[in-house]
Design a protein around this ligand. Structure first.
Ligand SMILES: *Cc1c(COP(=O)(O)O)cnc(C)c1O
Length: 390
């Protein structure tokens, strides 16, 4: 239905950090399917786990449990710092995970839900109501009511807005779609204290930032971002299945974990064993290969390299979620030039490129893109010249 405009290329194959188009041209995938392909493409362990599960038991209804699903739930509780009170709901995407969290917020019986300016939480009606961008929201109003947007990272505004009638505060530790904006240090800890005081749920949307993207299992595990705060609810998707569609909601604590009762929410596909096997295999490889430590080191080096590039005005980053801020609003043109040169990147704002490559990428591979950016002024000048001539 043309919701994404004209596709940039037809891609037919992937291996590791590279994809190939229908004409046989190779691209370094610096977008990773938008922070999804954490193990790159066609990873043998992931491929084997998916086909083994599909060859054993591919789908059952949620009237039944499967060992794979239970094992994944236990892993997620463990990775998110949960305990015996924690519970998991499986969905198929990020927006569905946030939709479930929104329904949990409604079950508190409180009318108000707080989100931040610049927030992106998905495209279904509930998640869209939590999403700040007017162009996304307006065509679909009226949306579920009660959502208020607070200035980004403003602790005083949060204090003023908080009250006994707030059901939930929904936050991304790093706003990906807004151009990789980190919550200021101390904000999350403050948000945790306030939500606790007023009995509101703290919901962290880690759909883009979770599963190792920032060099931690979850972005809020980063001391600067999280300050040790444990949320009541965490939503996950994107990288969770390493490319296989899956979303999850993890709730901690008796109250949050029991907000949804029997019959109050559901999904046909959510929690299916193939998706669960994909997620378990992805987590297993990230752990086995020490990928999180690598993300920290490679991410830091990338930031340092990018900061030396004249065309780059600023770099914002959390691990391997990186925004390259340019001096002029030419991000879309630069993304086109990059594609021509064999790099997949995303113009996340008019002035910034977003990189969210596979977490297995190396500094050497990333330096080929840095080298492309080095000679960018000449390329852009040539482009300006062409346009003047036309
Ligand atoms: C991508 C994203 C979503 C939506 O996930 P989908 O799988 O596209 O529905 C929600 N929240 C954040 C922070 C995201 O980056």
């Amino acid at each position: 239905m043309n919701t994404f405009g004209t596709p940039r290329r037809v891609l037919v194959r992937g291996e590791g950090v590279y994809v190939w188009d229908a004409d046989g041209r190779r691209y370094l995938d610096l977008l990773g399917g938008i922070a999804v392909n954490v193990l790159g493409h066609a990873h043998p362990t992931l491929t084997a786990a998916i086909s083994a599960q599909l060859g054993t038991l591919g789908h059952v209804s949620n009237f039944f449990a499967t060992p794979t699903q239970v094992a994944l739930a236990e892993r997620l509780v463990e990775l998110t710092g949960g305990d015996r009170t924690s519970r998991v709901f499986f969905a198929n995407s990020g927006t569905e995970a946030n939709e479930a969290a929104f329904k949990m917020a409604r079950r508190t019986g409180r009318p108000r839900v707080l989100a931040l300016e610049g927030a992106f939480h998905g495209r279904t009606m509930g998640a869209l109501a939590l999403t700040h961008k007017v162009a996304y929201r307006e065509p679909f109003e009226p949306l579920p009511a009660g959502v208020e947007f607070l200035p980004f990272g403003d602790s005083h505004a949060l204090e003023r807005a908080m009250g006994q009638d707030v059901a939930a505060l929904v936050l991304e530790p790093v706003q990906g779609e807004a151009g990789v904006r980190r919550l200021p240090p101390g904000y999350l800890a403050h948000a945790r204290a306030l939500t606790e005081r007023y009995g509101a749920l703290l919901v962290l949307d880690e759909v883009q930032t979770g599963m190792g993207r920032t060099g931690h299992w979850l972005a809020h595990h980063d001391a600067d971002l999280g300050g040790g705060a444990r949320p009541d609810v965490v939503t996950l998707a994107k990288g969770l299945g390493g490319g296989f569609p899956i979303g999850a909601v993890v709730a901690h604590g008796e109250r949050a974990a029991s907000l949804l009762g029997a019959g109050q929410h559901g999904t046909t596909f959510g929690g299916n064993p193939v998706a669960a096997a994909a997620a378990l295999a992805t987590i297993g490889v990230l752990e086995r290969d020490g990928v999180l430590e690598q993300v920290c080191a490679v991410g830091e080096q990338l930031v340092a390299d990018l900061q030396q590039v004249p065309a780059v005005a600023e770099v914002r980053a959390a691990g391997l979620l990186v925004a390259v801020e340019l001096h002029r609003p030419v991000a879309a043109r630069v993304a086109d030039l990059a594609l021509e040169a064999g790099f997949v990147v995303n113009p996340v704002t008019p002035t910034a490129l977003r990189l969210a490559p596979p977490l297995i990428i190396t500094t050497e591979q990333l330096r080929t893109f840095v080298a492309f950016l080095e000679q960018l002024p000449a390329e852009l000048a040539a482009l300006d010249h062409d346009q003047e001539e036309q």
